[in-house]
Design a protein around this ligand. Structure first.
Ligand SMILES: Cc1cc2nc3c(=O)[nH]c(=O)nc-3n(C[C@H](O)[C@H](O)[C@H](O)COP(=O)(O)O)c2cc1C
Length: 144
């Protein structure tokens, strides 16, 4: 199929602290990124993951079947909740072609509050804020 590039963007609430001690919080995030990079590379899925203590936001892009299968697995993960799709559908080009899973991190000096506000709004009104979340992630991506 000529255009089989599919994209899902979702936001969720970070529940890692409810299932582990804060000392293992960073280790959990590291293990999520590592599993993502290994698994996603093997099925041609790329994307980016943004997180802080309260929220996650993730972009998954690639052929539709592996994107959906990966997202179904992620949805069942108890390390987050209120998983809310803010954008999904076919796309013209990948936004994160270089990364099996980029870590989208705030540049120094960038207001953490602004990021929280965007993600909070996206959870409340997913259909109106999908584009903002995607733009935020593209803005923040750094190679980790
Ligand atoms: C916020 C979040 C994002 C995740 N993103 C991915 C991902 O992009 N790819 C992936 O394979 N697993 C991802 N995971 C982990 C999966 O839920 C699951 O634990 C993992 O795929 C299992 O991999 P394994 O069978 O190789 O251990 C994510 C988990 C969370 C909580």
């Amino acid at each position: 199929m000529a255009n089989d590039l599919y994209r899902i963007v979702y936001c969720s609430r970070n529940l890692i602290d409810e299932h582990s001690t804060s000392t293992t919080h960073d280790a959990e995030l590291e293990s999520i990124l590592n599993a993502s990079r290994v698994n996603n590379r093997s099925v041609d899925v790329t994307g980016a993951l943004l997180f802080n203590r309260e929220y996650f936001a993730q972009v998954l892009e690639g052929p539709r079947t592996p994107v959906e299968t990966t997202f179904e697995r992620i949805q069942r993960d108890r390390r987050h909740g209120e998983v809310t799709v803010v954008e999904n559908g076919f796309a013209g080009a990948r936004d994160f072609p270089e990364w099996a899973m980029a870590h989208a991190a705030p540049a120094s000096g960038q207001m953490e509050d602004g990021i929280c506000a965007t993600l909070q709004l996206a959870l409340l009104q997913p259909s109106a804020n999908g584009e903002d979340v995607l733009l935020l992630m593209k803005d923040l991506v750094i190679q980790d």
